[in-house]
Design a protein around this ligand. Sequence first.
Ligand code: TEU
Length: 526
Amino acid sequence: MDDWWRGSVTYQIYPRSFQDSNGDGVGDLAGITRRLPLIADLGVDAIWLSPICPSPMVDMGYDVSDHRAVDPLFGTMADFDAMLAEAHRLGLRVILDQVLNHCSSAHPLFQESRRSRDNPKADWFVWSDARPDGTPPNNWQSVFGGPAWEWDARRFQYYLHNFMVSQPDLNFHNPDVQDWALGTLRFWLDRGVDGFRFDTVNFYFHDRLLRDDAADFRVKDRPAFKTYDMQYHLFSKNQPENLAFLGRIRGLMDSYGATVTVGEVGEAHHPIQMMGEYTSGNRLHMAYSFEMMEDRFSAAFFRATLESFRQLAPEGWPCWAFSNHDVPRHASRWARFAADPDRFAKLCAMLLLSFEGSVCLYQGEELGQTQTDLTLEEVIDPQGIAFWPEDKGRDGCRTPMVWDGLHPQGDFTEGRPWLPIKAPQRLHAMDGQVNDPQSVRATYKAMLDLRRHEPALRTAGTAFLDTPEPILAFRRGDLLCAFNLSPQGVEADLPGEGETLLAQDGQWTDGRVRLGPNGAIVARVR
Ligand code: TEU
């Protein structure tokens, strides 16, 4: 079915930290291939691989230096093909991360572009003269802090970098750049991949007039991910030209059949509206934002978010996630709402997997994995080093998978892992959970099974029920879903009754719902 992605569940693999196969302490493609049966067994539809292309790894692969090859750290193109074939054999679709907005400053394209102002690639990046006093052309700020412009002494101009200094932005106003980007997609589609996750998709185009942002925004004492939340990044991203380009992408994807695209919309200013715009009118299939990856955890918040998406974008399609490789893991981030860690992880599994839209899980969340506490000496992420201790960076959610709780390195590697594996994370190892029907993973598996077999959970609309905080309750088709977002037991009137399909300390009888601490229930309405 061409619409397989509606309501689908994708499992995000962070290749560096999934499974090492050669003892160098870094995960690789052969390691992924080895572990794929466990992912297929979980019951997801697809895997999304964070970047695997050659890169100096300053931003852990989000600084690509060759978009059409595999970094030797992860293996060879043959390893990639083997991984792809094994995934397909197991019924898993494969989605690759495409970082098209920017590339590594080591990329040959940028090296060529900076050589002169009239070489064939001169206009492939965003270059601008200094102002008469030598300062950058405008006040744009980069997501990772500081001005979004860097002086290049060779070309004697500034170049734009919305992210790190070593991540120059490509100039999408140049049609050759657009064609190059589409050519890259074609390269991977021809190898047989099923789709793409587009990194920072709302940054592709900048204001050609290079107008100043509305406020003279300064980083002050804000950690990186907070600066990102400011609404002042208006002219360096999300320009109207982007919508037409997303349409070109869709045209290409459709010519390959049952593919999928998911755009990462990192945006704090009307993110839901933007997700809707990007996925309506034959543009991207799905949009992904950081909406559910902040502190907010209440029935009112989830209801408002889901309702506003449908209201703003009746034809759009969201992809929700609670965790990824950029934010603290939700089991830790929302710990104050937890009755106990495993109960809470199970509640989150049932909650996320009952939402209208598609869903992305992040490796380890199916085990109830928590954020790893790292010291400054252990941190590698430049964001953490730059903003320590207000922002400890993103390595705490990037530590390796723990496959075997007793193995000295979690059976992730025979060498020394690139980030340490610590005691609290060993408590959530894979080996203790695969055969335990009470485990967090078993709840994920049961809920994924339900989502797979109940079309209502995949595609039906959502009708919210008026229950008091901390209860979130809604109907999807003939199913009722109710959740207690607090660590204390609660009950409330909820007309009707039904047959329980899956529950954690939850009952719905005689017009009343009773939910224990972090209780949850999915029932078929009678
Ligand atoms: O992230 C973009 C983005 O939104 C992040 O800057 C996010 O706000 C921040 O990391 C939260 O702490 C994507 C990738 O997911 C990220 O890993 C890359 O570093 C970034 O793009 C640049 O490519």
